[in-house]
Design a protein around this ligand. Structure first.
Ligand code: AMP
Length: 332
């Protein structure tokens, strides 16, 4: 089975990205069901909204160093940058020509992002983003795509586009299955725990960046919004802040939520938060140390060269097949 996933280098990588995505990849890379494992930096997706050139460059390299520092093993995983593999853009275009505007306009992520960018302009790329995401997935005959709840609709569209293409042009694409990570994978904002933790939040106290200073990380957790009750108990509806901190602690310590509820049944919120802050710090500190060793290393470039070459090899086979089926190019 082939596994593929990517993250956009559009700013800092948060604790949400780490727990919801990267930490899972690190676990899954050892799963023998996955004979092929591809993880990429979705830089072409990032430019669907305005990006500063210098910052984008920095974020691309930084994300690769984070992947490695978090434990992705380049002996098991091919890591590459999307824009270095031209077949993504090529297939993205062909899929744009098989999708319908109505389908794309229905995507909730498009509606949300379009609303946010009303003043600086809504790019065509923001609308056709799911066609590029479909290309990312379909180029590699991906069997398994780990998606958060937020990407489920895009994966459905990918399946629709793959089936439509297969029906029209003959069997070409594997129709991918979603791999929805289990409960607890969604990390919420520290200032408004009814909202997802997001790197694009205007309030920096709302999210933890993997590269934040450790003392700042601890401070952010200690000042996380909770409730006026005093019980450490998992109850998403009535105690979203405490439930979010329980989820974070559970993920960082590999302890079940019910064990944690038992452990903290007599603790004050301050004591509980202190432990959450220390657990997150203990998880992130070694990652930062490795990150600093990797960020300017030649090793990182070697990993990316290998990843680019492998992804190019696989994706060129597919794009040639697709072009043939559609009738593009110069065959007699
Ligand atoms: P994005 O930052 O939107 O490019 O997301 C990259 C990956 O991180 C996707 O797999 C998301 O589902 C995941 N992710 C982003 N934010 C969170 C969050 N707050 N909790 C859990 N997973 C998240």
């Amino acid at each position: 089975m082939r596994f593929l996933s990517g993250i956009q280098p559009s700013g800092t990588i948060t604790l949400g990205n780490y727990i919801g995505a990267i930490k899972n990849f690190v676990k899954l890379q050892d799963n023998p069901d996955f004979t092929d494992f591809l993880v990429f930096v979705a830089d072409m997706h990032a430019i669907t909204v305005p990006q500063d050139k210098q910052a984008l460059r920095k974020n691309i390299r930084s994300l690769v160093a984070i992947y490695l520092a978090c434990g992705l093993n380049p002996e098991k995983v091919h890591i590459f940058i999307q824009s270095e593999v031209p077949a993504h853009a090529q297939l993205g275009w062909i899929l744009q020509c098989t999708g319908y505007i109505g389908e794309l306009e229905r995507m909730t992520q498009y509606k949300d992002k379009a609303a946010k960018h009303q003043t600086d302009g809504v790019t065509v790329g923001l609308l056709t983003y799911p066609s590029l995401m479909a290309a990312d997935i379909l180029l590699y005959d991906t069997d398994c795509v780990p998606v958060g709840q937020d990407q489920k609709q895009h994966l459905e569209l990918t399946r629709t586009l793959a089936e439509r293409f297969n029906n029209k042009f003959g069997e070409t694409f594997v129709v991918p299955e979603p791999y929805i990570a289990g409960a607890g994978a969604k990390i919420m904002s520290l200032t408004d725990p009814t909202k997802k933790m997001s790197k694009s939040d205007e309030n920096p106290k709302a999210f933890i960046s993997i590269l934040d200073d450790i003392n700042i990380i601890k401070k952010k957790i200690k000042s996380a919004v909770t409730d006026s009750d005093t019980k450490v108990k998992f109850d998403k509806e009535n105690k979203p802040g405490i439930s979010n901190l329980l989820t974070i602690l559970s993920c960082c310590t590999n302890t079940s939520i019910s064990d944690l509820e038992e452990k903290y049944k007599d603790a004050t919120y301050a004591e509980f938060k202190e432990d959450v802050a220390n657990a997150v710090a203990a998880e992130i500190e070694p990652i930062q140390k490795k990150y600093n060793e990797l960020i300017n290393s030649d090793f990182l470039d070697k990993v990316l060269d290998e990843g680019r070459d492998y992804a190019t090899y696989l994706s060129n086979k597919k794009i040639n097949k697709v072009m043939n089926k559609v009738g593009l190019g110069r065959k007699r």
